[in-house]
Write a protein that binds this ligand. Sequence first.
Ligand code: GLY
Ligand code: MN
Ligand code: MN
Length: 423
Amino acid sequence: MQHIGTGNIALIDSAQMRTRNRDVDYPFRQDSGFYYLTGFNEPDALAVFIPGREQGEYVLFCREFDEQKALWEGAHAGLEGATAHYGADEAFPIDELDEILPGLMENTGKVFYPMGENAELDHSLQGWIKQVRTKARAGVTAPGELVALELILHEMRLVKSPAELKLMRRAAEVSAAGHVKAMQAAKAGLYEYQIEAELIYHFAQNGLRSVAYPSIVASGKNACVLHYTENHSPLKNGDLLLIDAGAECDHYAADITRTFPVSGHFSAPQKQLYQLVLDAQFAAIEQIKPGASWINAHDAAVAVLTQGLVALGLLKGRVKKLIEKEKYKPFYMHRTGHWLGMDVHDVGNYKINQEWRELEAGMVLTVEPGLYIPADCKSVDEKWRGIGIRIEDDVLVTETGYEVLTHGVPKTVVEIEALMQGN
Ligand code: GLY
Ligand code: MN
Ligand code: MN
């Protein structure tokens, strides 16, 4: 309300149910921004915020309670529930949106809304504003400015509250334990999807029924495909297995990657590349503290990786020049992390006035350096080819530095080999 300012109005719509196939819907997932502001987990809803409105500043449009619907489809709040349990000052049926909303927009100045995210809402908004304009001769003024709600909302979502961190810790903890189970289960002869099943089983057993994104379970050279999700190859001794998977806890994501040997033992070249990625990850994490630039972690990872690639003979030349010319890119083509929150690639700007922004306490980001040596890469010795490694943790910026939320799953060579061998 403070950010919107008196005299203005903000609105945001819920996610919609989507058909998967005949008579079957996709599982409903609320829009993150809508859930952040309302905690309301139903489709067919629209929240309106009108600072200073006497009859109530927070208006929620939603489905009316319907006994038949309750019988077939389960609980829904209805108008009474919206005010009694969700803090709305007033609730109206979503079916009456077109009649009621233009009235709420009368004599307001700016309309904040999720700009350009939903063609239907963009279109409806034009109609509502037109409707308000028809009352001009009665002395009613229509809003004169449309503003992207994201400008306010995304900055709010970027810094996590203690209540949000509690959910993120839970997502991180359950996801980390799932990775441990996956490591323990992995052995030659199983298929990648069977390891995926271990993860999902553990998440669901702990009440987290959704993954935050499709799990990547990639053995051998599949790990060099960044978004591999087929998960259908057999695990082989001698291969590494890369798992990138995270559960969602009440709309908050974890995002963890571990890479380990199917046999329980790293080969010599695997161990050398793995240690290099791990060193890069430690160096990147060490950069995280309030006031540090967002890009420091990435720069630190790139420096360690490039230096290591030269030492191991995969790159030739002077480290400084190689970094300048981005010669590491054939082996490390993504950034070292992203914001994490309700969305796995969470909202929030990375730059302010074209400068990389500074970290603040309460922000959560991933740190995920990797190396991917294409199987057909002729420029490097054969022993490196087809190796893909990523190590990813979720890191909270604290008042004094950082806290790794996903520490529950091992990542050093010694720890991983010990876990895999049941020690
Ligand atoms: N799992 C998606 C990512 O790591 O960014
Ligand atoms: Mn990530
Ligand atoms: Mn990931």
